[in-house]
Design a protein around this ligand. Sequence first.
Ligand code: HEM
Length: 112
Amino acid sequence: MEDCKVAGYDISKGTTILITTWSIGRDPNSWDAPNEFLLERFVGKEIDMTGSNFALLPFGSGRRRCPEYKYIRTTIVNLLHGFNLDSVNGTRPKNICMEELFEITYYNSKSS
Ligand code: HEM
């Protein structure tokens, strides 16, 4: 590790850096209507979710990215194949609450 500069900011070696994937995923420079839940935006597109496309990081990036990213399609397909999924009262909810909760996952590499 060594000191470095990122986007004009001096980062001392050993500094813990958090990135906000929430903001990255809602960047209007990358996404049209970023606050709309529009699944259609992904239809028919080859989307890179391996951590190389920094506009979309659902599985993180780099050495600690989610190891499941390669297999999640198989996992979901198996779930859909093996189970009949339904909402609790059997009807499709009209308004699904998509509000976020504030939570944080923190890993201190110096504590272990
Ligand atoms: C749609 C489903 C999933 C999403 C969106 C997701 C997303 C993520 C994200 C964002 C991380 C943190 C990556 C980082 O720190 O850069 C992560 C880590 C991890 N995920 Fe997932 N995950 C999913 C499903 C799963 C499943 C099904 C498994 C296991 C069967 C799994 C196992 C793990 C493990 C073990 C890590 C920790 C990797 C490490 O710290 O080295 N994930 N996941």
